[in-house]
Design a protein around this ligand. Structure first.
Ligand code: NAP
Length: 337
């Protein structure tokens, strides 16, 4: 079969950032779509996931190889298979794939997963994928949450945090969110069932946390690291658990802050457990997480908060803004209808 290549457009890393991410670190280029070999599919991106972690991949080796100048920015997508040379994924199938920031991605058919269209398709990025799995396994496995405990989560109105708080509420915990604005805090309490919030810009964060959590915190789900982690170490109860999910407050810094005071002293005296994790450690249990998340979406106990940005060319600005806290919920770029 002849392949009539659609024109591709993609966003690449133009310069490795040092300090805050900016527009000039990206370049948009028009290229031909890579022709598919036997077993491949060509996917047309509809929706793209914007993740804080993308900033860390630019910096150095993490749990994946470092992104090099000229590479397409990686990212998960919901896409339509427009050309198929893989028997099990015919053209027209809607799939979840790692397309990266581009209009057309040529991928092995084995690397794309058809999605169920019984839920709005954006849910396959905002809840039923990495973000939801991170919240689910971070809170229940690493955090070992028990009913009646108090959970504090930072970046609580973000993609991961807004799910962590709701899952904690569903599990019978008391839940306090740390956010960057009072408007975000109001959304947590009024729409998502949080018990309260603390604005991270409060002049005295420690006393604001003491007011919000008079009995201390049993689980702290840390999305941001930095000074908030240092403050939370003091708010933890005996045998509390700190779930180290990420350090969004540090990603745009030329020189990251030193580790928090209180490590190891407070870990010892309070018998705290502080544990990092990478969601892909739980890949063998993603079906379990999706079944639970899907059930809570269907019965209305879990609300997906999605923050939509229009057009592939807006993707760099969408990530730059997310790192500064401009998003509410899961940030997604609509690349095509
Ligand atoms: N371990 C894993 O496997 C795994 C998987 C996925 C994600 N993650 C991590 O999860 C975290 C959340 O990622 P996400 O993609 O869901 O992003 P997100 O929470 O939707 O967005 C990042 C949020 O960080 C907050 N923030 C930015 N600068 C901050 C600062 N200086 N101090 C405190 N908060 C700040 C902002 O919220 P406010 O302005 O409202 O505070 C912003 O909305 C990241 O650390 C990411 O790396 C880890």
């Amino acid at each position: 079969m002849r392949f009539a290549a659609p024109d591709n457009q993609r966003v690449i890393l133009a310069e490795r950032p040092v300090g805050p991410l900016a527009d000039h670190h990206f370049m948009i280029e028009d290229v031909a779509t890579t022709p598919p070999h036997d077993g491949d599919v060509v996917c047309r991106t509809w929706w793209l996931s914007i993740d804080a972690a993308a900033r860390t991949w630019m910096q150095g080796r993490t749990y994946r190889e470092r992104l090099e100048v000229g590479d397409v920015i990686p990212g998960a997508a919901v896409a339509e298979v427009v050309v198929s040379r893989a028997d099990h994924v015919p053209a027209g199938t809607i799939v979840r794939c790692d397309s990266g920031w581009q209009r057309y991605a040529t991928l092995p058919g084995s690397a794309v997963r058809p999605v169920d269209d019984a839920v709005p398709i954006t849910r396959h990025l905002s809840v039923l994928d990495v973000t939801g799995h991170t919240a689910y396994f971070g809170l229940f496995d690493v955090g070992a949450l028990r009913p009646g405990e108090t959970v504090v989560v930072s970046a609580a109105a973000g993609a991961t945090g807004s799910l962590v708080g709701q899952l904690a509420r569903i599990a019978g915990a008391r839940i306090i969110g740390i956010v960057g604005s009072d408007d975000k805090g109001a959304l947590l309490v009024e729409r998502l069932g949080f018990d309260g919030f603390v604005n991270r810009h409060a002049s005295d964060l420690r006393s604001a946390l003491r007011t919000a959590c008079p009995d201390g915190a049993d689980v702290y789900f840390d999305n941001v690291g930095g000074p908030i982690l240092a403050t939370m170490l003091r708010a933890m109860n005996l045998r509390g658990r700190i779930v180290c999910c990420g350090a969004a407050s540090q990603y745009d810094k030329e020189t990251p802050d030193p580790g928090p005071a209180g490590v190891p002293g407070l870990l010892v005296t309070k018998r705290l457990r502080m544990e990092g994790f990478i969601v892909f450690d739980y890949a063998h249990r993603f079906d379990e997480a999706n079944a639970a998340l899907r059930r809570w979406l269907d019965d209305g106990s879990l609300v997906a908060v999605e923050d939509i940005v229009e057009g592939l060319a807006s993707a760099p600005g969408a990530l730059i803004g997310l790192l500064a806290g401009s998003n509410v919920g899961k940030r997604l770029v609509r690349v095509a209808d």
